[in-house]
Design a protein around this ligand. Structure first.
Ligand SMILES: Nc1ncnc2c1ncn2[C@@H]1O[C@H](COP(=O)(O)OP(=O)(O)OP(=O)(O)O)[C@@H](O)[C@H]1O
Length: 360
């Protein structure tokens, strides 16, 4: 098996005691690219891990290497300023007595090699806050503050961007806009990010892989697709299993997009044109048929192979479907439907997806 080059990874083992809490990650390694989510229940140590990576906690034991550079090795600790990470907190943590421009200029003065006024302007435009530059921080909405915090972090030209629950304090609309911005930045700037979140839908829309934590330990690091393939995934909420389908989206009409997935064309509302759009599809919104039905309101359908069956809530069965391009989909059907259709593993069926169930 090919070894991943060490300069394209985050790897190490970190341990620290904070009062009654112990972070003891065990050895970990993940690629230094895309968005890596850190997921686990409240108090499991997600923020502590992020702060340890940033160098913000003194007396951390172990070792840490990021992009081929050693940041921690026993007693040898690279100071936070020299780690070249950007940090965005849940509450933005901006200077309230300064304007937006003042906050950005403050960060620009600290950037390695300095940053000029034109770069501040360009950064403000890139995150959509150019019209707010002269405003005081106190006169901004939560979403606007987070954009300023992101611009400020980006001005330091980080090697890695750390985001600690950046969406937690926002309403759904601001959350949606910021999700878009984060996905766009990760793609357009090839800036690797570590995102702490306890919201599966954020992770499903943004992340390439997930670091699962529990009680101060890293349990596993998995690509998102693998993490969604287990019927007992910790990412599933009370609405049950979810799949994420990725495909090219083009605008069909106002508010309507066409998605290319596995050779099929699907039509959904509320999706922006993008080379890599994501759809979240709940198992309970995917029905199965032996052939394409003629008169049905669910217009979106895909051929898929039945990979496996899993237990579900009472009277229901979970069907794991595999698309030809390697993507996966869940369907939850009743035991009665399973018996009527006489479905078996490896058979090809038609998956019918309810459009309204889909989220970007
Ligand atoms: N400086 C500190 N001194 C003592 N205990 C601390 C300190 N910092 C964090 N802790 C404790 O460590 C544990 C892990 O905290 P951490 O903030 O890392 O969890 P988390 O997984 O990010 O939680 P949440 O999702 O609620 O933000 C908590 O029990 C917290 O109270």
């Amino acid at each position: 098996m090919m070894q991943e080059p060490s300069d394209a990874a985050v790897r190490g083992e970190l341990a620290v005691r904070l009062g009654a809490f112990t972070l003891n990650t065990g050895t970990f390694s993940w690629p230094l690219d895309g968005i890596t989510a850190i997921f686990g229940r409240s108090g499991c140590g997600k923020s502590t891990l992020l702060r340890a990576i940033a160098g913000l906690i003194p007396r951390v034991h172990g070792r840490l290497e990021v992009g081929g550079v050693v940041w921690l090795d026993g007693a040898r600790q690279t100071p936070p300023m020299a780690r070249n990470v950007g940090y965005v907190f849940q509450d933005a943590a901006l200077f309230p007595h300064l304007t937006v421009r003042g906050n950005l200029e403050f960060a620009a003065r600290r950037a390695p090699g300095g940053v000029d006024a034109a770069a501040v302007q360009a950064q403000a435009e890139a995150v959509g806050i150019a019209h707010l530059l002269e405003r005081r921080i106190g006169a901004l909405s939560g979403g606007e503050k987070q954009r300023v915090a992101i611009a400020r972090a980006l001005l330091s030209r980080p090697r890695l961007l750390l985001l600690d629950e950046p969406l937690a304090a926002l309403d759904w609309r601001a959350k949606d806009d910021l999700l878009e911005l984060i996905a766009e930045l990760a793609q357009s700037r090839s800036l690797p990010m570590l995102l702490v979140s306890h919201a599966p839908e954020e992770i499903e829309r943004l992340a390439q892989r997930v670091v699962f934590m529990d009680a101060g330990r890293i349990l596993r690091v998995e690509p998102l697709a693998d993490a969604l393939m287990r019927a007992d995934s910790p990412l599933f909420d009370r609405l049950g299993p979810v799949a994420v389908l990725e495909g090219q989206a083009s605008t069909l009409a106002e508010g309507l997009a066409q998605l290319h997935i596995d050779g099929s064309l699907l039509t959904f509302p509320g999706i922006a044109a993008s080379p890599r759009a994501r759809l979240r599809v709940y198992a309970r919104d995917v029905a199965l048929a032996r052939r394409v039905p003629a008169d049905i309101s669910m217009l979106n359908h895909l051929p898929a192979r039945i990979c496996s069956f899993a237990e579900s809530r009472r009277g229901h069965v979970l069907v794991r479907l595999c698309l030809a391009d390697g993507q996966g989909l869940w369907s939850e059907i009743t035991e009665t439907a399973l018996a009527a259709l006489q479905l078996r593993e490896n058979e090809t069926v038609i998956a019918l997806i309810k459009a309204a169930s889909v989220e970007r």
